[in-house]
Design a protein around this ligand. Structure first.
Ligand code: FE
Length: 220
């Protein structure tokens, strides 16, 4: 029998796409948003403005903080004492109630950040987390076998260097202050910021002079 389901006919209907059906969380978000607006607690403009703020945060913000810490010792000390206050000094606003702890990598200690529970991330200074940060393999293995996870990112940590894994929470977020690479003496903060990558501030790679991508490319 010939195939009677000939798909060469002109479709008189719209393609059927499951994505058109809102999911549970989308329905929930719409309902709560509309309620909040109806009750006068927030306005549609508040939401739009907040989305604009969130979209403006990229790893370039964190890279400026790192570059400043590399070039200004007193600033670095203040940043390590209170990460949030240090960032605020540079005009970076925190739109939420999160605290920020900055962890300095040295030749003795390598820091790695994770959220074992979900995807808590220093969004005010790095923007949205990468997909792998939110996935279970990273969340589980960063804690159980960090050295192996780092090696998979191409980062081999010497046996005599301690690896510290910090688990982010809803209120406490971390940012890694990577080591400044050799050969950058006298560089401007902008030149230094350009080599600081998102992944280096999560702690999965060091900052190197070979970083091939600009932050704009990474964010795209
Ligand atoms: Fe989380």
């Amino acid at each position: 029998m010939a195939d009677q389901h000939d798909h060469s006919h002109d479709h008189g209907h719209d393609p059927i796409e499951m994505a058109d059906v809102p999911g549970y969380y989308e329905v929930m978000e719409t309902a709560i948003r509309e309620l909040l607006i109806d009750k006068g607690l927030i306005t549609a403009n508040d939401i739009r403005r907040q989305i604009e703020v969130l979209d403006s945060r990229t790893p370039a913000v964190g890279a400026q903080v790192v570059a400043r810490a590399w070039t200004d010792f007193a600033f670095k000390e203040r940043l390590l004492a209170d990460g949030r206050a240090g960032c605020e000094e540079l005009g970076i606003t925190f739109y939420d109630d999160t605290q920020l702890i900055v962890l300095e990598n040295t030749d003795q200690v390598h820091n790695l950040i994770v959220c074992t529970l979900c995807s808590c991330y220093p969004r005010p200074v790095l923007g949205l987390p990468p997909d792998w940060y939110k996935l279970k393999p990273y969340r589980a293995r960063a804690v159980s076998e960090p050295r192996k996870v780092l090696a998979e990112f191409g980062t081999v940590i010497r046996d005599d260097v301690e690896i510290r894994v910090s688990d982010s929470t809803a209120v406490v977020r971390y940012l890694v202050l990577p080591r400044r690479p050799a050969g950058t003496d006298g560089w401007s903060t902008d030149a230094l910021a350009a080599i600081v990558t998102r992944d280096a501030m999560i702690g999965v790679v060091p900052v190197t002079l070979e970083s091939p991508l600009t932050l704009e490319n990474e964010a795209a």
